[in-house]
Design a protein around this ligand. Structure first.
Ligand code: ZN
Length: 298
């Protein structure tokens, strides 16, 4: 499924990797956006400091000036995102994650009613699943609002999330979750929703995770640790069952938010100074990514 140009690049990388492990370290940012600020330049910065692989996540519909009236209207968003990811692949190895952001329930619902918004979001998730089947994306993203909503909207949001689990299970892909701030009860509840649907919990990735590796291990959901402060180091001290991300949003109004594109390579390399070896980095940036998303990293 890799177009010629990338296959060539991969071949070169593979030789390089075999020639000397030290010369080529795989460093993956598990969750990044490209919007209206640096765009592909962000990936050049990422690459300059050692970044090699990235999961690029699509944004909310209004970021594309699309105002969906039906699920099918997400096609334009997904197509534009897939095109962006193809362009990104000329710089680093990039994978597409197609998102139906939980906040769409508010963005769309305020205009067209929450019940209709929920229907559209479910249709859009079905569509995202078809893109995964077509090999255009490796995962979908769903979740539930991180801000206070009415009981009705919360109920609808949980239904959407369950639907997203169904889609991911049927398609056999991973699902990234944008949720309320971490709490044990919240995560346990989400894990039980996933179990009810029957999706494997190591395919359920909590985006923007705190360094609570042991707890996630018990719950079963896979953490994608936000690389702020000393999170990566604190996560590493607890084990190797995690991935790392910046949630870089590339918004010119908030440049550098949430974290800049160079952060993951920087923080991952810092692990070496703290006594973690390259095999450890290989585990979090390569093996965990391969296993979770069912992709080949090379
Ligand atoms: Zn994000």
């Amino acid at each position: 499924m890799i177009p010629g140009r990338f296959a060539e690049l991969h071949f070169k990388e593979r030789i390089f990797k075999t020639a000397s492990k030290l010369d080529f370290m795989i460093i993956t940012d598990d969750h990044m956006h490209l919007y209206n600020h640096l765009r592909l330049k962000a990936l050049k910065q990422f690459k300059e400091v050692g970044g090699t692989h990235v999961l690029l996540v699509s944004l909310l519909s209004h970021h594309y000036n699309v105002f969906p009236k039906k699920g099918e209207d997400f096609r334009e968003i997904f197509d534009r995102h897939v095109k962006l990811v193809n362009d990104a692949n000329k710089i680093v190895r990039a994978f597409a994650v197609l998102s139906v952001h939980p906040a769409e329930i508010t963005v769309l619902g305020d205009k067209i009613g929450y019940d209709r918004a929920a229907e559209i979001m479910k249709e859009a998730l079905d569509l995202a699943g078809r893109y995964v089947l077509d090999g255009k994306a490796i995962a979908i993203k769903s979740g539930r609002p991180h801000y206070r909503v009415s009981k009705h909207v919360w109920k609808l949001s949980n239904e959407i999330l369950s639907h997203a689990f169904e889609v991911a299970k049927d398609v056999g892909c991973a699902i990234q979750l944008h949720t309320e701030s971490f709490s044990l009860d919240g995560m346990i509840e989400i894990a039980s929703m996933a179990k009810k649907v029957g999706i494997k919990l190591d395919k359920v990735v909590k985006h923007f995770s705190p360094a609570r590796i042991k707890e996630f291990e018990k719950i079963g959901i896979f953490p994608s640790v936000i690389a702020k402060n000393d999170n990566v180091l604190r996560a590493a001290e607890q084990g190797s069952r995690f991935m790392v991300e910046t949630d870089y949003i590339d918004d010119k109004k908030r440049p550098g938010a949430v974290l800049g594109p160079k952060t993951v390579p920087k923080k991952v390399k810092e692990l070496l100074e703290h006594g973690f070896d390259e095999d450890f980095i290989y585990k979090i940036c390569c093996e965990n990514v391969e296993k979770t998303y069912g992709v080949e990293i090379n």
